[in-house]
Design a protein around this ligand. Sequence first.
Ligand SMILES: C[S@@+](CC[C@H](N)C(=O)[O-])C[C@H]1O[C@@H](n2cnc3c(N)ncnc32)[C@H](O)[C@@H]1O
Length: 328
Amino acid sequence: MVRGRRQARNRDNHKAAPPLESAHAPHLAMTPRDPAPALPPDSRAAHSTPSERWPSAAPPLGEVLPPPLDPAVPRSHTPADQNNPGAPMRQSPEKHPFRGRNFYGRLKGKTLRPMQQEYLDQDLKPLAPAGVSFTDNPQRTRVDPAAWFADPRPLWLEVGFGGGEHLVHQATLNPGVGIIGCEPYINGVAMLLGKIRDAGVENLRIHAGDVRDLFEVLPDACLTRAFLLYPDPWPKKRHHRRRFVTPEHLVPLARVLAPGAQLRVATDIPDYVRQTMKEVPPAGFTCLNPARVDWYAPWPDWISTRYEQKALREGRTPHYLTFERNAA
Ligand SMILES: C[S@@+](CC[C@H](N)C(=O)[O-])C[C@H]1O[C@@H](n2cnc3c(N)ncnc32)[C@H](O)[C@@H]1O
């Protein structure tokens, strides 16, 4: 029964939409394994932003704190906590899978290969940002993310990094930036850890859990860029409120982004574009490429993700939207 429902949901989620305006999307002609083609300079201009600012220069934005945790509510843990051998057992995983929050995605897929389990056992803990998991910081006090890196640097965030190809790509391109990746799907985390070993990058910190754990403890205006790449589409209308581009996620995201920070959103779902254009600006952002004709050019430093490759194979059209966090 549960299996049947899950299969039906997967079918819904992956239904191919007719390609949109492919005349404006010349890069879509590429085969799945082709690198993204170089773009003419004017198509890149749609995504240009003012130069990065240092997080500490930003004045505090409106304080929007998550509701205080009720110690009486039975708590379970994110995958990050579950990886911690000292963490208390889940008390009620079905009812409180994420400490009273709803999370509808997958936490685990196929059985991990022994090598992937080794990555998780050996590499995850040293890369976990201190004070983010519930086990590490049950009082949910604010953390200093600058302390996660050896020297002061701009900090970026990737929400839901999937297999981690974009995260490692950006870390390689930007060794002077500290990038925090959040992903509750433990198989994706294991894949990322393998890529980190191969690439040898040292400027990543990984929270193997929900990005809302991070939002709870980050100070205001501490990040200068965020990536939301192919967020779960939730195609059924009654599930649209599960999408990331809802105030539940956008308000705390806006709080932790510094004025002038860039938010990049990629999606292959036209209705997700509609909801993003509707919901993101009121949360405190300005769209830098509001014209439809500019939605089809990837960013100059883009690498196609696993999910984008799947979308292309299934005939869906990628859209790339860039927003800038407004000044307070
Ligand atoms: C459709 S996949 C896309 C993965 C990847 N960005 C790509 O383009 O291949 C969306 C990912 O977002 C993750 N996700 C969903 N909700 C999340 C949350 N609240 N915090 C962090 N990650 C989340 C899911 O686990 C899933 O791996």
